[in-house]
Design a protein around this ligand. Structure first.
Ligand code: MEV
Length: 292
């Protein structure tokens, strides 16, 4: 008899605008990256899984098993991920979501959206001390998500007929340190954060008006503000400069920073493909193209 397998998948995410300023109450917009996925397979094992409470994957599996009242089941978990860790792409949330889906699938149990989000956020508390929930929300969503702290989330359909190139600097981002760096600036950070808030609003207007120039210019300005705040990195700055010089409508770092990814907006698919090759030649560890 073939062994039963539970299967779960989840996609990743990237922040379009609003990193750091979102911590201070300004809006952020995050995009689902539907083609960059994590797949999880669950099957019967000889002995119970060892739960490491510091590990978001085992926390997610354990949360799912507890919810299903199956905490004593012996399972093995295999993750195949195309989402690099610590790059602001929601790797921990995607792994947790894929694993929870796989556990429910293994037991042939239906899984509602709210229960999945609640269990995924339990794992996210392990991965990030104080998660806003934006990663899990975007990794669960087919549309972009707008988030304002204390106000919550709303879906923001984006249909620009454009392309976003995501380029990985190959360096781990350091979100916690970057957030602390901004905090240490105290009131000196406020003008930058305020301008980042304005730029997020401008990008929202650009999305509604389908105006790529507005969006692109605001992205590039946001990069400057984030660099001045001290949360970019030489590698991200280099890739942003290359993207801008080679005709991107706009480019910026994305996520917590001090490493991680950059994003570049292109009008046509061929431009995005050329941009992708160029960024790899200029040092990007990997690139992806997402249609917007
Ligand atoms: C990190 O993905 C986004 C930050 O704004 C931190 C946060 O919102 O918690 C840098």
């Amino acid at each position: 008899m073939t062994q039963k397998i539970g299967l779960g998948r989840a996609h990743s995410k990237i922040i379009l605008i609003g990193e750091h300023s979102v911590v201070y109450g300004y809006s952020a917009i995050a995009l689902p990256l539907k083609n960059i996925e994590v797949v999880c397979r669950v099957q019967e094992a000889q002995k119970p899984m060892e739960i490491d409470i510091a590990d978001p994957l085992s926390t997610a599996v354990f949360a799912a098993l507890e919810y299903l009242e199956k905490a004593d089941e012996k399972l093995s978990i295999v993750i195949e991920s195309n989402v690099p860790e610590k790059r602001g792409m929601g790797s921990s949330a995607a792994v947790a979501i894929a694993a929870i889906r796989a556990v429910f699938d293994y037991f042939d149990r239906s899984l509602s959206g709210p229960v999945l989000e609640m269990l995924a956020n339990q794992a996210e508390i392990i991965a990030h001390e104080n998660p806003s929930g934006l990663d899990a929300k975007t990794c669960l969503s087919d549309t972009a998500i707008k988030f304002i702290r204390n106000l919550g989330f709303s879906e923001m359909p984006i249909d620009l007929g454009a392309y976003l190139v995501i380029a990985d600097t190959g360096i781990h981002g350091h979100t916690r340190e970057a957030v602390q760096k901004v905090r240490n600036l105290e009131e000196k950070a406020l003008p930058y954060l305020h301008r980042l808030g304005d730029l997020a609003n401008l990008i929202e207007v650009g999305i509604l008006a389908k105006d790529l120039s507005v969006i692109g210019q605001a992205m590039s300005q946001a990069h400057q503000e984030l660099d001045l705040l001290g949360v970019s990195s030489p590698e991200a700055n280099h890739l942003v400069q290359v993207a801008q010089a080679k005709g991107a409508i706009g480019a910026k770092m994305s996520g917590g920073g001090l490493g991680g990814c950059i994003i570049a907006l292109c009008r046509y698919e061929k431009e995005a493909q050329d941009m992708s090759h160029m960024l790899k030649k200029e040092g990007a560890a990997n690139t992806w193209i997402e249609s917007l």
